[in-house]
Structures are given as C-alpha cells and as structure tokens.
Ligand binder design. Structure first.
Ligand code: AMP
Ligand code: MG
Length: 421
C-alpha cells in the first residue's frame, strides 16, 4: 500500500538525487560558452552591447596640458612664497580651442579659460577669484604652487594605455571614453538569439476567452521582459500544446533558429517522461531536480547547436530559475566576462519560515532606513504560483540549503533585482 504523508516532513526536502544550485551552475558553465559572431557598430549603437576587442588609447587624453580653471597662467618664480603680492602684466588671453600665441615671459600673465592650452613658460594657474585685476595688470598673493589647477596631457589616458577589455558590457561612461579617443565604431558580439515558448493544454493567449480550468499564459511575458532587459534578440514562439508532434516540431524550429531555447512547463514529475522522450531523440538533455525552492524541476542541455533550458511551469519558479541560472549563462554566451549575480548581507526585519534541505529564494523588499542602513523583509505568501508578490518584491532573500527558520534581526543574503525584473 502506498503511504501518504499527511504531515509535511523534513525528509521531504532532503533529496539525495538533487543537484545543489552551485553544482547546477557549474554544469551550465561548461555548456553555455560564448558564441562566435561579431559585428562593427557605430558608437551610439554600442550601448549595452558586449565589446569584442581590447582597446588601448591611440592618443593622449587630454591631448594638451590645459587649465582646470578660469584664471591666470603664470610663472610661480614670479610669485611671493609667504607674504606680499606680485603685480604682473596681462599680455593676452588663452581660450578653450584658441591657444595664446606666445609665451609667458617673466613679469607677465596670460588670462586663461578652463580647457585652454597652457601657454609655454607658465607652470601654474591662479583662479580668477584669487587674483586682483586692475586694467592690464593682475595682483596675486602668496601660496600658489607649480602644477596648480593644471591638467597634464595624458593624465586621463596616456597613448598606449589599456582602456576597455573585450567582454565588457558597454556603459554610457564607456561611450564617452571611446568618443574622447576618437573611436567612431567598435567591434561587438552579435546579438544572441533566444527562442522561447510555453507548454500546456490549459494555457490561453491573452485576448482569448477562458473556459473552466484554463489560465492565461503569463510566463511568455515575464520571459520576454527579462530577455529584453538582457539585450538579446527574442523569438516568441507562442504556446505549444502538450502533444508529441507539436512539441517535437517546436523544439526543432527553435533549435534551428536560435542560440538558446527556453521553454516553461512540462518538466515536473507528471509530464517529464513525455517531453523526455522527445528531447532524448533530438539532443542531449538532462532532467534535473535541483535542491532549491521554488524551481526544483529543470531540464538543461543541448538541442542541436542550441543551449536548452526547460524551466518549470509555475510563474515564480520561471523567474527564479531564469535569474539564478539562465541569466548568467546567456550573459556568458553573449561574450560577457562578469556574469555572477550580486549578493549582499542585510538584516532581516521579519521572521522567515524555512525547512532545511533546499536553498530557498524568498521574495523580499529591500528598504532604506532613515539612518541610511538597509533592512529586508519578506513579501508574504511565498507560493510558487503567486506572481503578485514577485512584482512587489525588489530582491530575493537567499537562504542556504542547511538553514532552518530565520529569526528577525539576523543577517541574510540578498540579491537585488538589478534592473532585470
Ligand atoms: P507544469 O510544470 O507544466 O505542470 O506547470 C506547473 C504549473 O504552472 C501549473 O499550474 C501550470 O498551469 C502553470 N503554468 C505552466 N505554464 C504556465 C504559463 N505559461 N503561464 C502561467 N502558468 C503556467
Ligand atoms: Mg504543463
């Protein structure tokens, strides 16, 4: 006779056949390698793309030694060291873009604007607020040093200095740096193509009427959102019914057109065998039980040349497994060097219920206190179908496998959503 568990037992969460989150990440790492495919793009189009060449500076930035202030370019040898003042004759003006055509001779000064080339002879710029101008003379007191208010040629980037490394996701600051060096275009990885579809007879597309037992397909929308934020090219293949021929056809088409294929649903115990047969005939796919909550069942491997992620069906599980596994794998395939999810330690304001055995990703709200510190609290119901608490959350509270209940006030690991969710 089959024995039914009426009480939840601790033993339920310890499964000797489960993979830890770290082991799963390691195995994914070995399969999800950078694609080879590059293109040259104009500088503006390079924002949020992955740089595919290591660049060094072809010029000095700034190109000339120049003034950091509006003031007077002078020789420190002409100025008093500790007391009194010097009167210098103002012989001309150096503008940004129009240098002074001459030299700063002993006893003279040149009026200089921010960014203007420092005229020869000068070794110091005195800011205008500290100089007394009277007609063609300027009076300057003590306390000025050689090099003061001067930006040296090459102090930002010297010719030949390394600037940006291949594998970097280009930021607005990077675009500015590249522009300052005169780069009109750069080599980047081509966009990653990701195909995705939902599986399930109960799913309806928005716009259709729901009959008894049917639900709207939400996973394709959260996946679309996260993939778009990652900057990949998305191929939305819709909903595929739980029918052998339909699934087979969908897997084939997806793998032929994309670098990565993501599905949701159909990988839990009840249905695994069905999808398993198809996937075994098309590629090398493993069905994993991962020691995590939510998101225990997951399929991973390759179909043809495409990397395949079979995510669970529950809406929150889709988002958790995407955040923890798919995100870093796709970033690596896109050519990115830095792919790890950021974790910080923060005190937890609420008591958290947890049983040992699985790593848990609870939805949390990270909040700034009036004193500038941070605390996190859980969003409430942690069921893997409750997507509304996911939309209220701004982070995951990550509780390790062995950890039990967490008392209020304890430090916990938190992963802020970082713009993806
Ligand atoms: P499955 O793993 O296919 O048994 O799905 C697990 C649960 O997630 C079921 O309650 C499904 O109805 C639900 N589910 C699966 N796919 C989706 C989807 N695309 N959108 C919303 N719910 C889904
Ligand atoms: Mg299903």
């Amino acid at each position: 006779m089959t024995q039914l568990h009426t009480q939840p037992s601790c033993a339920d969460d310890y499964d000797p056949d489960s993979l830890s989150v770290a082991e799963a990440l390691q195995r994914i790492d070995q399969v999800a390698v950078p694609i080879t495919g590059f293109e040259k793009v104009a500088l503006r189009s390079a924002l949020s793309r992955v740089l595919a060449e290591t660049l060094s500076s072809p010029i000095d930035v700034p190109a000339h030694t120049n003034s950091a202030m509006d003031g007077y370019a002078v020789r420190t040898a002409d100025l008093p060291e500790v007391e009194g003042s010097a009167e210098l004759v103002v012989v001309g003006t150096a503008w940004a873009g129009t240098p002074f055509d001459g030299k700063v001779e002993p006893g003279t000064a040149v009026r200089i604007m921010t960014g203007a080339v420092l005229p020869p002879g000068a070794d110091c710029v005195v800011m205008q607020e500290r100089a007394g101008r009277e007609e063609n003379k300027v009076r300057i007191g003590p306390g000025n040093k050689a090099g003061q208010n001067i930006r040296q040629a090459g102090e930002d980037l010297a010719t030949g200095a390394p600037v940006l490394e291949a594998g970097r996701l280009l930021t607005p600051a990077d675009l500015g740096v590249l522009a300052s060096l005169g780069f009109a275009e750069v080599r980047v990885w081509r966009r990653l193509r990701v195909a995705f579809f939902s599986t399930g007879d109960e799913l309806r597309a928005i716009g259709e009427l729901l009959t008894e037992g049917q639900i709207y397909d939400s996973n394709r929308y959260t996946l679309y959102g996260m993939l778009t934020r990652l900057g990949v090219e998305t191929i939305d293949m819709g909903v595929v019914r739980d029918r052998q021929e339909d699934l087979q056809e969908a897997f084939r088409t997806a793998a032929a057109n994309a670098d990565a294929v993501i599905t949701s649903g159909g990988v839990s115990v009840g249905e695994a065998d069905f999808v398993k047969d198809i996937l075994t005939s098309l590629g090398e796919v493993n069905f994993w039980k991962i020691a995590m909550k939510p998101g225990r069942p997951m399929a991973f491997g390759k179909i043809g040349n495409a990397v395949f992620f079979g995510l669970p069906g529950n809406p929150v599980s889709v988002m958790v497994t995407f955040y923890e596994f798919v995100q870093s794998a796709l970033k690596r395939m896109m050519g990115q060097r830095e792919t790890a999810v950021v974790t910080v330690k923060v005190p937890c304001a609420t008591r958290l219920k947890k049983r040992p055995g699985r790593m848990e990703f609870q939805r949390g709200i990270l909040e700034r206190l009036p004193d500038g510190g941070f605390v996190v609290h859980a969003t409430g119901d942690q069921g893997s179908g409750i997507l509304s608490t996911m939309s209220r959350a701004n982070c995951f509270i990550v509780l390790p496998e062995d950890c039990g209940n967490v008392e209020a006030g304890r430090l916990v690991d938190v992963q802020p959503f970082e713009g993806l969710m």
